[in-house]
Design a protein around this ligand. Structure first.
Ligand code: GDP
Length: 318
């Protein structure tokens, strides 16, 4: 993935990093490791949407490491060290990089879920673009049969990408669309099927159940499908995203998150909360509206973008 995309994510999260640094006074002077500094750090992480539990666990970890560090090396334990310890603790909590699942023996089926406006359709198109760029033959499927506009939007992306699109008439059965798309993929030798779904309000139980049905029916058309249930989360919704993720996980067995709109938020910390509290890895990062604005999520690069370069303006090397 290009430098340019990473730079965009950095710019988006820059505000968070700046905020954290300002809070700690790292840019202006040296962080004092007193209670007030720890409290400021805690407040800054909470404001970045890292979440109460995750913030608490990470800071406990950092304090413990800082204590051990200082004991082993008198004079250590200043701001650059703490910054390095914080960086390491956050990266560790995100876990190793997780990639989108694939089906090595046939069509890879991806079910894209999320609330309205999150960025599902755009992310589905970006995924089709990626599969095509890798030499595959993707099919887009519109399982949002509630809105005619949804099918039109997806079909427009398909035309632009030069890929096939499976759509049914409005009011049709969403599961039937997914089923047909997988059958079409088998007949045409398509490497991937990306199923876009309706913006199911997570508060509407019947819609969530229907999402579970779409997944089950996909499994009947192709054993093992869907290989990936990708929840598209708008990073700008912050902690609300955690509640959404929990609902979608329970209804549809989410296997990965695409955290999008990271190019325009100071609240990307929700990635940490999702991993910590739900055990779901963030696999992709959306950093713009263009087709190539989708990155494999890289925990270390993300944390660097989130908390800023080590020691901020001090230019530390952590
Ligand atoms: P859906 O209702 O979940 O299908 O959402 P859409 O895919 O229609 O996206 C809603 C809006 O979010 C559109 O204006 C997209 O261009 C925009 N969008 C999606 N992903 C990103 C992203 O990573 N960054 C930015 N800045 N905008 C995005």
């Amino acid at each position: 993935m290009g430098e340019g995309l990473l730079a965009r994510m950095r710019r988006g999260l820059e505000r968070t990093g700046q905020h954290l640094r300002d809070r700690l006074g790292v840019a202006g002077g040296r962080m004092r490791l007193d209670e007030a500094s720890w409290e400021a750090l805690e407040a800054a992480l909470l404001e970045a949407d890292v979440g109460v539990r995750t913030t608490e666990l990470a800071l406990r970890d950092v304090r413990e490491r800082a204590r051990r560090h200082a004991a082993g090396a008198p004079g250590a334990g200043g701001a650059p060290e703490v910054w390095a310890l914080l960086r390491a603790a956050l990266i560790e909590r995100l876990g190793p990089p997780a990639r989108l699942a694939s089906n090595p023996t046939g069509t890879t089926a991806v079910l894209v879920v999320g609330v309205n406006g999150a960025g599902k359709t755009t992310t589905a198109a970006k995924l089709a673009f990626r599969f095509k760029a890798e030499g595959g033959y993707p099919i887009l499927a519109c399982a949002d049969t509630f809105r005619a506009a949804a099918a039109e939007q997806l079909a427009a992306w398909a035309r632009r990408l030069g890929v096939d699109c499976v759509c049914h008439a409005p009011g049709g059965d969403p599961a039937a669309v997914a089923f047909d798309a997988l059958k079409a993929a088998a007949a045409r030798g398509a490497g991937a099927v990306i199923v876009d779904t309706a913006g199911r309000l997570h508060t509407r139980q019947n819609l969530m159940e229907e999402l579970g049905k779409v997944a089950r029916v996909m499994g009947r058309a192709l054993p093992g499908a869907p290989h990936e249930v990708l929840l598209v989360l708008d990073a700008t919704t912050g902690q609300n995203g955690l509640q959404q993720a929990r609902q979608f996980r329970d209804a549809a067995g989410v296997t990965g998150v695409a955290l999008v709109k990271l190019d325009g938020t100071a609240r990307g910390g929700v990635a940490l909360a999702i991993r910590e509290e739900l055990g779901i890895p963030v696999k992709l990062a959306g950093v713009g509206e263009g087709l190539d604005d989708l990155l494999d999520f890289d925990p270390a690069a993300f944390v660097d973008a989130l908390i800023g370069a080590a020691g901020g303006a001090e230019g530390g090397e952590a």
